[in-house]
Ligand binder design. Structure first.
Ligand code: ANZ
Ligand code: ZN
Length: 877
């Protein structure tokens, strides 16, 4: 029978309108159903959505629609991470206003998201650049300040010379600015910090409670927080070589057990002792100047060539007054960590070893592998960093390093230097405070006024928001807020004298650290959150399922965890300190790359043909051969991007959604291919054919499961699949859910043909009707438009989006027959298919009746038959 093709372009907008009209996705806070909050990381309004967005939001939408069908009151909001540099760059390069640029982009992207058919509550839409949003952020900044969680201090900071702003440590990647890619410089500036380090221990410990987070992300955060247990150890300076007034050098070490392997001291270029030593040593001064221009990002230092300069100062070994060691200034020691000084133990630290080998310093092993020979154990090019036994270490010899650590700590905490213990146990974190000042315009203004008499004064709450001026210019480098003729000139709120506004804005990561809380009641004008809605017995937090990219494993996710704690400390949250209960990090969308004689070309510009099994690409315009390159993350620079609009325009949103879910496990990368999309589209058409072929024969047929007879196979398959699709979606195993849906479509093919041919029994019709209804319910979270169209075609009332999740009968999901392997003398010889509830003697009888068994018995009776119920039969002959 001829059926019309499914026309996504006509169908999809129709159903989107129907959902809107029914306000299906507008969520109320006062709803007695159990709550479920699913959130995808909100986008930056760059102007267009990309395939990564399509994948991310499709997954979130499946979760949201599934939970809604299960009877939850689902919160699934969307907003815009709308502050940031691209708006300013557009302003500078094209003279547009950052605000209008941003809002135009928001409109464009919102339209694209609507076309995807996402079940979003647009009534809660927020944009972080809106004063109605950042007003609350300014209030919280002041509250955090009052609570001691904000500090203004001078610090050596990362300066991005291209973006002309400071960056947080987390935003310096391999020594370069995370946005600009420019080599970051070090500058001394007075800046605002959020005191995230005051929560280091809790942020670390609480990772253990996040059992619905990927282990990988928790490990990355733990490493970033970087707790270590060590010793502050104060070395006496050798008086003959010490600069005047200097008597000691304090180091931080996690390996005090290796103290007899020490061969030099190394201090950071900006360590006070280095500065002092450089005062009358011009060569040292110029060395210091030279190395402090390099980046100090930890990753850089790992790989950079080790460089040092002997200051001539010597220290005295704590356990041997006759033993002195040289003090070097070295480029691999950071002032910002520990005390900015170390003792180097080359045998057991690779950096120290590289350094010692370069400068001809002694290498004495003090730990050797268990069972090695202390007399011959040597270290040459590779440091020994494992456990073992202490050697060459006087009173520590023979101990395990761990016990040696304790012994040294014990002894030195008793020894006194300059009136203080020479050694002191110390827990150290790698995490630094979060530097939030940015010398940029398009961000949330820091609500502080600087007065010569009163210092830094908070803007009174009644004067919030401090809004960004709109009349700014971008014609010269630097911060437009600072250049503005009037904006910064204000009276001091305390003494009334002339004062200046802080012209810095907040890091945009502050904006994204609490948007999930704002979504719970975006209408509250007087406070950032409404306590009854945000958490506690009736609140939305924590977010039950958060979905986004792994690139946020540290930055955004760690900041949000801090921010939630700070909100709790200042009364903006009740109970919750962990904002995200479940976290899922999806893989990327990747695509082949294509390179022609003039560089990269886009997939849209080429055609691919197959010759004898190998694929060749040609330029569409003139047939120029094109090289097919590696499969890589979609990126503008490699031109391997596919525009969601093009795909949705030609195939419809459901096809794009289905492909995104079907092809690979959600945590892995998905390779976008034309063939894959076409396959998804064929399935859309196939489902439509199934439904429209069956529909005429099913009018007036009530759904009913068949428990036996020819229709039972279909009912069993359908009920089993309903069960497992639900389970897979709950585990975010979308690709597996998809595979089960394909099975259901296959199982329906025969019965539907029978119905169309008019030769189906009443039972088969009823079972088919039920299975088709189930199929429609199962595809609804993934292909919501097609589901509605099928539902209507089958004569269903109302909207699928508003229907409960298909229910299955557990009795139909257990197989009534099982297959048991049959062994003869312990070797498998065949299979026995038998009723699951068959008793021992029935199994025995059936097994003995099998041909293979009969043959092996040669007419004799078996010596023994062992039946392990529902598992295995062993016949001993
Ligand atoms: C002596 C020693 C011997 C060390 C040895 C290691 C191995 P974590 O675990 O990251 O805390 N260190 C301390 N401060 C430093 C700084 N500002 N810049 C560079 N390195 C620094 O690492 C602590 C270890 O890193 C410390 O223990 C110190 O070297 C080094 F066989 O002291 B150790
Ligand atoms: Zn004042």
């Amino acid at each position: 029978m001829a059926t019309e093709r499914y026309n996504a372009r006509a169908s999809e907008p129709k159903w989107q309108k129907a959902w809107d009209a029914a306000k299906l996705f507008e969520t109320k806070n006062d709803d007695s159903r159990p709550k479920y909050y699913v959130l995808e990381m909100f986008p930056y309004p760059s102007g267009r959505i990309h395939m990564g967005h399509v994948r991310n939001y499709t997954m979130g939408d499946v979760v949201a629609r599934h939970r809604r069908a299960l009877g939850y009151n689902v919160l699934h909001p969307m907003g815009w991470d709308a502050f940031g540099l691209p708006a300013e760059n557009a302003a500078r390069d094209r003279g547009v206003n950052p605000r209008s640029w941003t809002y135009q982009n928001i409109e464009a992207m919102k339209a694209q998201l609507k076309v995807m058919g996402l079940s979003l509550d647009w009534a809660r839409e927020i944009a972080t650049c809106d004063p109605s949003y950042y007003k609350h952020q300014q209030k919280m900044f002041l509250d955090f300040w009052k609570a001691g969680l904000v500090e203004r201090r001078s610090a050596k900071v990362n300066w991005d010379p291209e973006d002309m702003t400071v960056l947080a440590n987390e935003q310096v990647i391999d020594g370069r600015g995370w946005r600009s890619g420019a080599l970051v410089e070090q500058r001394d500036l007075t800046q605002w910090f959020f005191k995230i380090t005051s929560m280091s221990q809790d942020l670390l410990d609480s990772l253990d409670t996040l059992d619905k987070w990927p282990e990988k992300v928790k490990l990355m955060q733990a490493n970033w927080i970087g707790r270590s247990e060590g010793l502050l150890l104060r070395w006496k300076l050798d008086a003959a070589t010490a600069p005047s007034g200097e008597t000691e050098l304090e180091v931080y070490t996690t390996r005090p057990d290796t103290i007899f392997g020490a061969s030099f001291m190394a201090i950071a270029a900006d360590h006070p002792l280095a500065k002092k030593a450089a005062e009358d040593n011009p060569k040292l001064a110029s060395f210091i100047k030279d190395i402090s221009h390099r980046g100090t990002a930890a990753a850089d230092l790992e790989t950079a060539e080790k460089q040092g300069f002997d200051t001539g100062i010597r220290v005295v070994h704590p356990f041997d007054p006759a033993w002195t060691l040289p003090v070097y200034v070295a480029n691999f020691v950071l002032m910002e960590y520990g005390t900015g000084a170390i003792f180097g133990c080359p045998a057991h630290d690779q950096r120290d070893l590289d350094f010692a080998n370069k400068y001809g310093l002694p290498v004495t092993p003090v730990v050797m592998p268990e069972g090695a020979d202390a007399a011959t154990f040597r270290i040459l090019e590779e440091a020994y960093v494992d456990d073992g036994a202490m050697i060459n270490s006087r009173f520590l010899d023979g101990m395990k390093p761990k016990d040696a650590f304790d012994a040294v700590a014990e002894r030195l905490s008793g020894d006194v230097l300059n009136g203080r213990p020479q050694g002191e146990r110390k827990v150290q974190f790698r995490l630094r405070d979060w530097l939030i000042s940015r010398q940029r315009y398009w961000g949330c203004p820091i609500p502080v006024i600087h007065c010569d008499s009163c210092g830094a004064v908070p803007v009174p709450a009644s004067a919030l928001p401090i809004e960004l001026p709109t009349d700014v210019t971008f014609d010269r480098p630097g911060n437009p807020l600072d250049h503005h003729p009037t904006w910064k000139h204000v009276e001091c709120p305390q003494c009334g004298k002339d004062a200046r506004r802080d012209t810095d804005t907040m890091d945009t990561f502050v904006d994204s650290s609490w948007y999930f809380a704002r979504f719970t009641d975006p209408w509250n004008e007087t406070a950032p959150t409404t306590l009854s809605a945000v958490d506690g017995p009736k609140g939305w937090l924590p977010v039950n399922q958060y979905i986004g990219g792994i690139e946020h494993a540290i930055l955004h996710l760690l900041y949000s965890r801090f921010y939630a704690r700070a909100m709790k400390a200042t009364g903006h949250l009740n109970t919750v300190a962990e904002p995200f209960e479940g976290l899922f990090t999806q893989g990327m969308v990747v695509h082949e790359t294509y390179k022609g004689p003039d560089g990269w070309v886009t997939p849209a510009e080429i055609k691919v043909e197959e010759f004898d099994g190998s694929r060749k690409a040609f330029l569409l315009t003139d047939g120029t051969p094109i090289e097919i390159g590696a499969i890589e993350k979609m990126s503008k620079s490699k031109k391997n991007v596919v525009d969601p609009d093009d795909i949705i325009g030609s195939y419809g949103a459901d096809t794009a959604r289905w492909f995104m879910l079907s092809d690979s496990p959600p945590e892995r990368d998905v390779i976008w291919t034309e063939a894959g999309v076409e396959g998804a589209h064929r399935f859309v058409q196939r489902l439509w054919r199934l439904v429209s072929e069956a529909a005429p024969g099913l009018t007036g047929v009530a759904p009913a499961a068949a428990h036996d007879g020819e229709a039972a196979a279909l009912s069993k398959a359908a009920h089993k699949i309903v069960k497992s699709v639900g389970e897979e979606i709950e585990k975010l195993g979308f690709n597996k859910a998809v595979a089960r849906i394909y099975e259901l479509a296959n199982a329906l093919q025969g019965p539907v043909s029978d119905i169309a041919a008019g030769k189906a029994s009443a039972e088969l019709k009823a079972a088919t009707r039920e299975a088709l209804d189930m199929l429609v319910g199962l595809i609804a979270p993934m292909m919501p438009h097609l589901a509605e169209e099928c539902h209507a075609e089958l004569g269903g009332a109302g909207l699928v989006a508003d229907k409960p999740w298909p229910a299955y009968d557990p009795a139909l999901t257990v197989d009534s027959e099982i297959v048991m392997p049959v062994q003869i003398n312990g070797k498998k010889r065949g299979d026995l298919t038998i009723a699951r509830d068959a008793d021992q003697s029935a199994v025995e009888k059936a097994a003995l009746a099998l041909d293979v068994v009969q043959k092996a018995l040669e007419g004799k009776t078996p010596r023994k038959v062992i039946v392990v119920p529902q598992r295995i039969v062993n016949v001993v002959v």
